[in-house]
Design a protein around this ligand. Structure first.
Ligand code: GLY
Length: 341
């Protein structure tokens, strides 16, 4: 089943204008892929993140710098309870962050279970650029960050601590779908009951003026997870994969199902075989649904992909998965991606 699409176009002054489109969607689909540079990212908070990335891309900067700068925005936003500062904690009250980054040369860096550092994506980049390793976890990742002059901070905001304490009253671990949209609703930012929790990640993919691709993915992971749980977001091939010859893909939602299917790598490999970005995302979603139909009914997983030509697409298990697109022509678009249900 395909859900209706909507888009928000930002005016020159950044004021969103909401429209629905039926026939317009044809033109828009045709226009996809003609424009570079381009940056796309998951969820509504992708709009602000894309704008930060665009500052880099529009001045001839490298896609790698763009995605790092872009995802810094939700990482530093205390209102965003699924990424970085202000993220909902694990079962024991620790905010633990997962992030990874990939460049056009196939280099990658990753951190998992990192505490006290506002910008895990920048630590991941440093792992990529300054160490012989790909991934650092937990205390080792923190030690590495502190040795490289990252500041140690308390990432647990009062709002997230309050939500956690409320959750402790029942301590039931049940993911709620598409919580990001509600959490980020400016009209009602903190109205979720404390026993609900989210799993929504920012994944960002960009092509710069030279035609090079990079990607970044960062999250505080599943709220109230077991201490030590790692999701898909820091795992190269699961939460993110970039191949500069083909394209890139990233994921959001319940990470365990993405890891089981090596989701982002699968999407890129399908694009290598000739699938469009949207069809590749759909096939990756279908793998999850076919293997675990009963679980899939109750969870959200979404994939977002960008190919080397600048064509993009997305597909999710459940409706409600949005993504943002920024190019010189389209300014910013928020698209309600297609879904199975
Ligand atoms: N996709 C984020 C997570 O599962 O942690």
């Amino acid at each position: 089943m395909q859900n209706r699409r909507k888009f928000i176009k930002l005016s020159a002054f950044g004021i969103p204008m909401l429209s629905s489109f039926g026939s317009l969607s044809r033109d828009f689909t045709t226009a996809r892929g003609q424009v570079k540079p381009i940056v796309i990212s998951t969820w509504d908070f992708g709009i602000a993140a894309n704008q930060a990335a665009w500052k880099v891309l529009s001045t001839g900067g490298r896609a790698l710098d763009a995605v790092e700068q872009g995802v810094h925005v939700p990482e530093a936003d205390p209102k965003n309870q699924s990424v970085g500062y202000g993220g909902l904690p694990d079962r024991d009250g620790h905010v633990t962050l997962d992030a990874c980054i990939m460049d056009e040369l196939g280099n990658c860096g990753s951190v998992a279970g990192l505490e006290h550092i506002m910008h895990p994506i920048s630590v991941a980049r440093l792992v990529m650029e300054k160490t012989p390793h790909v991934m650092l976890v937990g205390d080792g990742a923190l030690q590495f960050a502190l040795e490289n002059d990252f500041k140690k901070e308390n990432l647990l905001t009062k709002e997230s601590e309050k939500a956690w304490k409320e959750w402790l009253k029942t301590a039931k671990y049940e993911p709620v779908m598409n919580i990001e949209n509600k959490l980020y609703d400016k009209a009602a930012p903190q109205k979720l009951p404390g026993n609900q929790y989210n799993h929504d990640t920012i994944g960002m993919l960009a092509i710069d003026a030279k035609g090079n691709l990079s990607g970044a993915c960062t999250t505080s992971g599943m709220a109230y997870k077991l201490h030590g749980r790692v999701g898909d977001s820091p795992i190269i091939g699961a939460g993110l994969y970039v191949d500069n010859e083909i394209g890139g893909a990233t994921s959001t939602g319940v990470g365990e199902e993405v890891i089981r299917n090596v989701g982002s790598f699968l999407v890129v490999e399908l694009m290598r075989q000739g699938y469009s970005p949207e069809d590749a995302c759909k096939e990756a979603v279908m793998r999850i649904i076919k293997k675990k139909p009963d679980i899939a009914k109750k969870i959200q997983v979404g994939f977002l992909a960008l190919n080397k030509k600048g064509e993009y697409g997305a597909y999710a298990i459940q409706k409600g998965f949005s993504y943002a697109v920024c190019t010189s022509q389209k300014n910013d678009l928020l698209i309600d991606g297609k879904s199975y249900y």
